[in-house]
Structures are given as structure tokens and as C-alpha cells.
Ligand binder design. Sequence first.
Ligand code: FMN
Length: 186
Amino acid sequence: MKLSFEKGIFAPLPVLIIGTYNADGTPNAMNAAWGGQVGMSQISVSLAGSHRTTDNIKLNREFTVAYATAEQIAACDYVGVVSGNNIENKLEKCGFTVTKSDKVNAPVIDQLPVTIECRVIDIQEEFNETRVVAEVVGLKADESVLTDGKVDYSKVGLVIYDTAAKCYRKVGESVAAARSVGKKFE
Ligand SMILES: Cc1cc2nc3c(=O)[nH]c(=O)nc-3n(C[C@H](O)[C@H](O)[C@H](O)COP(=O)(O)O)c2cc1C
């Protein structure tokens, strides 16, 4: 029997590390779970208006999104608990170094193997929430996570955010081929 609850909660969520440049050119990053794909080539992230990242995205109109990994989970969590508004050398403190993207005015975190490069299309503000829709204009991936020239997510060590247990969980093995296993019911 299924039980009924008052409030629904979306799960699982991704663990996205948003990289931006501050007004003085120093890098910043934050952890965001409220984000995802919108159509073929766009993404959307939902940010509190008070974050340094939100100001930086409004300023630069460009940012990066790296996927958090199990190996770097403490640093990925750290950028989600302290704000660049209060801590100047936030990235240095958790051991992240960056390389400037050649496609967007935003930092690529060296320690995270896969990063997408994003250009803002639209910013919608409602109460204290800022919804950013952006075009994905590029992707950077470490050679170490490629198989036959393509990103191989089984090598990345991806994590998801479990909104019920409030913990990070490692993404597991493939259970079936998509758009294929279901064909047996055709
Ligand atoms: C697991 C996790 C998920 C988070 N998801 C979001 C989110 O989707 N949107 C948001 O505005 N803040 C989110 N946060 C909070 C920000 O990452 C946090 O407030 C951060 O300090 C903001 O940094 P900044 O001010 O340097 O940009 C999340 C934090 C954690 C730990």
C-alpha cells in the first residue's frame, strides 16, 4: 500500500558546482542541486538572490557547471556551506585551483573532471529566487574520463544529492541500455 504525504520532494538531484568570476577577477564556486537540462542545449539553475554566484552571473552573464565527484566531495560540499561574500579565498581553502575557460568568462575547476560552459539566455527573478536559463556552449573533460573520445560517466565518480537523507550518493553501475531495453514490449 502507498502512503500519502503532504509535501512532495524531488529526488534525486544533481550536485552541480557553479564556477564564476567575482568583480575583481578572482574565482568563486557554489554547490547547486536545483538545476537541470531544459530542451536540447540549455540548462536552468535556481539560485538564492543573496549568493555571490548570483551577483557574478548577473555581472558576467557566463558561468561553468562542473559535476561533483566522490573523490572531491568534501571540497564540493564546502563551496555549498560558505559564501564568497564572507570568505575571500573560498576555493584556495578547499584545495580547488582553476583554469580560465577559453569559451566563457568563467573558471574551470582543475580537480573536477567534467565541466560545461554556459552563456546566460534569461534571468527570471521572483521574490528572493533567481532562475537562470543558459545555453551550453562547450564542455571540458579530462582525458582520464574518456572512452573512445567520448565522456564515459562510469569513470567520473558522479554523485547525486539525496534530498530525503540529505547526503551525497555515488552513481552506480548501468542497469540497462536506454531506448533499447524497453523495446522488448514493442
Ligand atoms: C547540497 C547543496 C545543494 C545546494 N543547492 C543550492 C541551490 O540549488 N540553489 C541555491 O541557491 N543554493 C544552494 N545551495 C547553497 C549554496 O551552495 C551556498 O549558500 C553557497 O554558500 C553560496 O555560495 P556563494 O555565496 O559564494 O555563491 C546548496 C548547498 C548544498 C550544500
